[in-house]
Design a binder for this molecule. Structure first.
Ligand SMILES: Nc1ncnc2c1ncn2[C@@H]1O[C@H](COP(=O)(O)OP(=O)(O)O)[C@@H](O)[C@H]1O
Ligand SMILES: [Mg+2]
Length: 388
């Protein structure tokens, strides 16, 4: 069928035509927003899940909801290279500009601008907008104290203006422990003062441990929500709904084949849907089309998604993931992987945590280790057999 009309969108953060199976989390986001609009106590929301499950698209959707509800929003993507002050400053500046409809007539907005200027110079943030004629307020230079003062000031400006501020932060796991801790201290203060400022975050599952270590009250500040694979029913919707809108059908066994191949993992659903559409001649997708799509998807993954992850690993880390892959698709005990490698479990511990840090594997439960994406084990077995 015509590529130009292909409704699927495999790729990071791509808006997909059908955000299937996420009603519960969207309901929670919506009631969180509503409570904030009504100046009621609520918690910020933190979504945890592996790559490709749909966290970024959820954050985008929540930002849209917040915009529609009349909140002032900013979307921050942490990436490991920029420090928190560099990430925060331009976004808070833009947020303040949006709150500043009366040109610094309101003292609370004016004060937040002054604090932000002081913050930016204390942390040597290079940022063009800062030349605006506001006198910087002195910062302490202590990240926790300064971020707290700043977010409280922004929250007060939001309260005076009557527009809640919603900050969305993607890839939160890239923040350092101190940065995360500073944000939590600040949010704690904001919530004690019942100010209308909310944070919606998303990150890889290891973040929960980091947040827990950073501050024991993390659980009181955040709703932690696990984002995982879709249910079978939601996965069917994710495939069917875009087709229905294009007046294209799919055979029942073809649909089930997609579910089986993708394990209902959102990124793979888009990929398989995309290639099934490309393979189909008529406006009815058959099981043969899905079989062709499987070959194309795997070829695509081998060259891109899987290969990138593999290339990032050192030789030592590769040996570790090969051993894990030889044990099959499911989670394995760390002891079993060490045995497969032929080393004592204590010796494998450091390489195990390196592989986790690189986002290739994670620990679903204490003592267990598993790959973060389905089919990565099969890929590694292909690579290993080609090396021999
Ligand atoms: N609920 C969903 N239904 C269907 N496709 C989805 C859904 N959530 C995400 N996707 C698709 O999965 C892919 C990965 O989404 P993304 O938000 O980038 O994941 P993450 O941020 O968790 O790595 C994208 O192609 C997106 O279109
Ligand atoms: Mg993402």
């Amino acid at each position: 069928m015509r590529s130009a009309e292909n409704p699927y969108s495999p790729g990071a953060g791509n808006p997909q035509p059908e955000l299937a199976g996420r009603e519960e989390i969207l309901d929670r986001a919506s009631s969180t927003l509503e409570r904030t609009l009504n100046r009621r106590m609520t918690k910020s929301l933190m979504m945890l899940g592996l790559r490709g499950v749909g966290k970024t698209v959820l954050l985008n959707r929540i930002q849209q909801m917040a915009d529609d509800a009349g909140c002032v929003t900013g979307f921050i993507e942490a990436e490991g290279k920029q420090a928190l002050p560099d990430l925060l400053t331009p976004h808070l500046w833009r947020i303040l500009l949006k709150l500043d409809t009366q040109k610094l007539a309101r003292e609370s907005v004016h004060r937040a601008f002054r604090l932000l200027r002081g913050f930016a110079s204390a942390f040597s943030v290079q940022f063009g907008g800062i030349e605006v004629a506001v006198k910087p307020e002195t910062s302490t230079g202590d990240l926790s104290l300064d971020v707290t003062d700043l977010l409280v000031a922004v929250g007060e400006a939001a309260a005076q203006r009557g527009s809640p501020v919603v900050i969305l932060v993607d890839e939160v796991q890239y923040l350092s422990r101190d940065e995360l801790s500073a944000i939590m201290v600040a949010l704690h203060k904001v919530s004690q003062k019942q100010l209308p400022l909310l944070l919606f975050g998303a990150g890889l599952p290891q973040l929960a441990a980091l947040a827990g270590e950073a501050k024991s009250y993390a659980e009181r500040l955040f709703f932690f929500n696990e984002i995982g694979r879709l249910s079978n029913e939601a996965a069917r919707t994710a495939i069917m709904e875009p087709l229905r809108q294009e007046n294209v059908g799919i055979d029942g066994d073809a649909l089930e084949a997609i579910l089986a191949e993708t394990d209902c993992y959102p990124f793979f659903l888009q990929l398989w849907g995309y290639y099934a559409w490309e393979s189909a001649e008529a406006s009815l997708i058959s099981v043969e089309d899905v079989n062709a799509a499987t070959d194309m998807s795997i070829e695509d993954l081998d060259q891109g998604f899987f290969n990138i992850r593999y290339q990032r690993l050192t030789d030592r880390q590769r040996d570790y993931v090969f051993a894990l892959a030889r044990l099959g698709p499911g989670p394995a005990s760390s002891t079993a992987v060490a045995a497969e490698l032929g080393v004592p479990v204590e010796k494998a511990a450091s390489v195990r945590s390196e592989v986790i840090k690189k986002g290739v594997a994670y620990s679903p439960r204490w003592g267990l280790i598993a790959f973060t994406v389905p089919k990565f084990d099969e890929y590694l077995r292909r690579v290993e057999s080609m090396r021999e």
